[in-house]
Design a protein around this ligand. Structure first.
Ligand code: MG
Length: 374
């Protein structure tokens, strides 16, 4: 394994060609016939720049690509496993080996399938997301429609996406800001010593708005409040996870006083966590790899909005498979951070693009809107 970069999509991905059309005509009669077949293959994502966060640094992200086949139609999914989330190729493979989709007659029974997946193991959220995404892709292809349409969302209502500038040496930060020229919002990682330097360098170069992700890096609420004021003077839109997720009272204290919205990320994973965020955070960052996929992500977005909170749509480093799936929900989000596919050099899918800084969902593609690169 050491030093061997996996640059091409595994052969397995194209082994059975999908036969679907945009209007679904070719496949309509096949719905519910036969049994779903789940398969998967590990795929190591190569990062464009080493990823430096408050607590660690790395150059690859382990990933598992998933497909579900039914009567010649194939749905694709993906599990991305940044190490800090506790999942690995081994744990995802073990989980997927236990999933028997042949017991379900069709991919539309998502409630039932999710109950079944949760009954197999309580966690394994990325593994569950990979099955959920592939199910949505398959079901959307069987219906001949993209998910934003099935959900009744307007694709032109997607937000701008931010582009991440990590913590790095000044010359690297400058190069990344130049690379980020097409993006209207820059996302800055903070939470290490001297972390105001990155913001200062960006502000020397551009007045584009920034947003800040602290990744739980500030553990003193007075310092956090001081930083929120400092950032508010520098055209910052919001601050993500400023304090450790366990510091709930301190975060609520900060939220009451902060001139900038406070967004929850590490604090929450799934639907049950949304209510806990109410009164503590102004908004929640939903990611498919945390939420167990598209189905629960949509439920989270709707609950957050019903509670008066804003929605941010985020991602891990992922291929355009996961990013396209997430983007189907983008019309529900106030902010998007869907740059995970732009941060890797071996994206084996084509799908959602960023056009003039804005999330552009592919209009004519059924399912999640991703296709294997030919
Ligand atoms: Mg974050």
């Amino acid at each position: 394994m050491m030093g061997v970069a996996v640059l091409a999509a595994p052969k397995w991905m194209t082994a059975a060609a999908a036969t679907y059309s945009a209007d679904g005509s070719a496949v309509k009669e096949k719905t519910g016939v036969g049994r779903m077949k789940l398969s998967w293959a590990p795929y190591e994502l190569q990062l464009r720049h080493s990823f430096n966060l408050a607590k660690f640094s790395r150059t690859t992200t382990p990933d598992v690509l998933v497909k579900i086949e039914l009567d010649g139609v194939t749905g694709y999914g993906e599990a991305s496993m940044p190490p800090y989330l506790g999942e690995s190729v081994e744990s995802v493979t073990r989980y997927l080996s236990a999933v028997d989709l042949s017991r379900f007659t069709d991919p539309f029974r998502m409630t039932e399938i999710h109950e079944y997946m949760d009954s197999l193991a309580p966690d394994n959220r990325a593994a569950k997301a990979s099955v959920d995404i592939a199910l949505h892709d398959l079901a959307g292809k069987l219906m001949g429609q993209p998910w934003y349409k099935i959900w009744g969302l307007s694709p032109e209502r997607t937000p701008d996406t931010s582009f991440t500038i990590g913590i790095d040496k000044p010359e690297v930060v400058r190069r990344k800001v130049e690379e980020a020229a097409p993006y209207k919002i820059l996302k800055v990682k903070m939470g290490l010593d001297h972390d105001t330097e990155t913001v200062d360098i960006i502000r020397e170069m551009t007045d584009r708005p920034i947003c800040v992700d602290v990744n739980q890096g500030w553990d003193d609420k007075h310092h956090a409040l001081e930083m929120c004021h400092w950032l508010a003077d520098r055209n910052c839109l919001f601050v993500e996870q400023p304090m450790p997720k366990e510091m709930i009272d301190e975060t609520a204290w900060l939220r009451e006083r902060s001139p900038l919205p406070i967004v929850a990320d590490e604090f929450l994973q799934r639907l049950d966590d949304v209510r806990r965020a109410y009164g503590v955070y102004d908004a929640i960052n939903i990611k498919l790899m945390k939420s167990t996929g598209m189905r629960e992500a949509k439920q989270m977005a709707e609950l957050a909005q019903a509670l008066g909170m804003d929605v941010m749509l985020g991602c891990m480093t992922e291929t355009s498979c996961g990013i396209s799936a997430a983007s189907q929900l983008a019309p529900l989000a106030k902010w998007a951070d869907l740059d995970g596919n732009l941060l890797i050099t071996n994206d084996c899918f084509d799908g959602t693009k960023i056009v003039d800084g804005k999330v552009e969902i592919p209009r004519g593609r059924a399912g999640i809107g991703a296709e294997i690169k030919g």
